[in-house]
Design a protein around this ligand. Structure first.
Ligand SMILES: Cc1ncc(COP(=O)(O)O)c(C=O)c1O
Length: 384
């Protein structure tokens, strides 16, 4: 008898950015030259010192399990660096090192979300937030944000959406896909609503025009912060991230980590220590390139007929209204991939609020951005 899979697997939706990428890889195997603007994958090398520290640790035999919470040196370095960014002292005992930000998200959602509990998510949103909520048996509840306000989270709207079943509020800042940076006041107001605030700060340090992204850690010791090395240090493939949690939450998170993952890779943690010590030039170089590409891409897209209601303040995406070319973002993105070999992410990946939009990643060289604009000019359907 064919058994059906567990309900939690069926509740997860495909990650469309990955579906586009996988189709793009198939086209490349057939010989196409695809321009990749679909993935949140920096086109920069990891800091050299991080790679060297990782290789040396590997050769030196640092290939064992570590403390499930992470190497003490790394926890201390993460706490020191995040303290400086957030402007508030963080005890290393609150840091849990994980194999990427995604496992940190799983553990924190696992801690907070009971079956049937509601998770409030301002939208457009990172596609995996509702899927993590569903995986834990929860129900995502979306709170719209408006491009005309720069996608600022509307605290009153969040308050109105609270119910006795609300288990968490999840905010990304700087945000994927909108690039919005939430103010310290907004984070403080959200932290005071009496429900745990989960603040995804993976794009912290990638804010344009000299700006900074306030951290939820400065707003409340009860906030859960998710962060990692993928974006700020171009270390996606190292798989290294962390959660910073309220003191009383560390023990249950540690117990989940012991059971689900045991520990994060030993030698990769050494790369993390080195990145924190030496990675600043990488972060600065990426930020300068993303700022230049943002301006060029936004100007080019506007000239083609896209509307960009709010330029991103941070992260590395341009979220463009493509409704002049059709209402179905999935169809438009796959058409552009097939006809122009330009890979972009359909806005609907980021929720119904993103339908009609396309997300363009800035992680492609300037020349590729120019060529993508030229190809789009040829391939875009006539404006409706
Ligand atoms: C907002 C956001 N959070 C988390 C992640 C996952 O990052 P990691 O590679 O550290 O698992 C991503 C990756 O794109 C992201 O955009």
């Amino acid at each position: 008898m064919q058994r059906s899979w567990a309900e939690r697997a069926a509740s997860i939706e495909p990650f469309l950015a990955m579906e586009v990428a996988e189709r793009a890889f198939a086209l490349e195997r057939e010989g196409a030259r695809v321009i990749h603007l679909e993935l949140g994958e920096p086109d920069f090398e990891a800091p050299r010192e991080a790679s060297e520290a990782c290789a040396q640790a590997l050769l030196a035999g640092e290939t064992h399990y570590t403390d499930s919470r992470g190497l003490p040196e790394l926890r201390a370095a993460v706490a020191a660096e995040k303290s400086a960014r957030a402007g508030v002292a963080i005890d290393p005992e609150r840091v849990l090192v994980t194999a990427g930000t995604s496992p940190a998200m799983l553990l924190v959602f696992g801690l907070l979300v009971e079956p049937g509990a509601e998770v409030l998510i301002p939208t457009p949103h990172y596609p995996c937030y509702p899927n993590f909520a569903r995986f834990c048996g929860g129900v995502p509840v979306f709170v719209p944000t408006d491009p005309r306000d720069g996608y600022a989270v509307d605290v009153d709207a969040v308050r109105r959406a609270l119910t006795p079943r609300t288990a968490a509020i999840v905010v990304g800042s700087p945000a994927n896909p909108t690039g919005a940076v939430q103010s310290a006041e907004t984070l403080a107001a959200l932290a005071q609503l009496g429900v745990p605030l989960v603040s995804d700060e993976i794009y912290d340090g990638l804010v344009f025009d000299g700006g900074r992204a306030p951290s939820a850690l400065a707003a409340s010791e009860d906030a859960f912060v998710l962060d990692g090395f993928s974006k700020r240090y171009a270390m996606t493939g190292f798989r290294l991230g962390f959660a910073i949690a309220p003191p009383r939450a560390l023990r249950p998170l540690q117990v989940m980590q012991q059971n689900l993952f045991i520990s994060c890779n030993h030698f990769v943690q050494r790369a993390g220590v080195a990145a924190l010590a030496h990675g600043e030039p990488t972060r600065r170089a990426m930020l300068a390139a993303y700022a230049r590409r943002r301006d060029r891409l936004a100007a080019g897209l506007r000239a083609l007929g896209f509307e960009i209601p709010a330029l991103p303040a941070g992260a590395f995406y341009v979220f463009a209204d493509a409704r002049a070319f059709g209402a179905d973002s999935r169809k438009l993105a796959f058409d552009l991939l097939e006809r122009a070999h330009v890979a972009v992410t359909p806005g609907v990946d980021f929720g119904a609020a993103g339908e009609g939009f396309l997300r363009f990643s800035l992680s492609a060289a300037d020349a590729q951005i120019e060529e993508a604009l030229a190809r789009l000019a040829e391939a875009l359907p006539a404006r409706a």
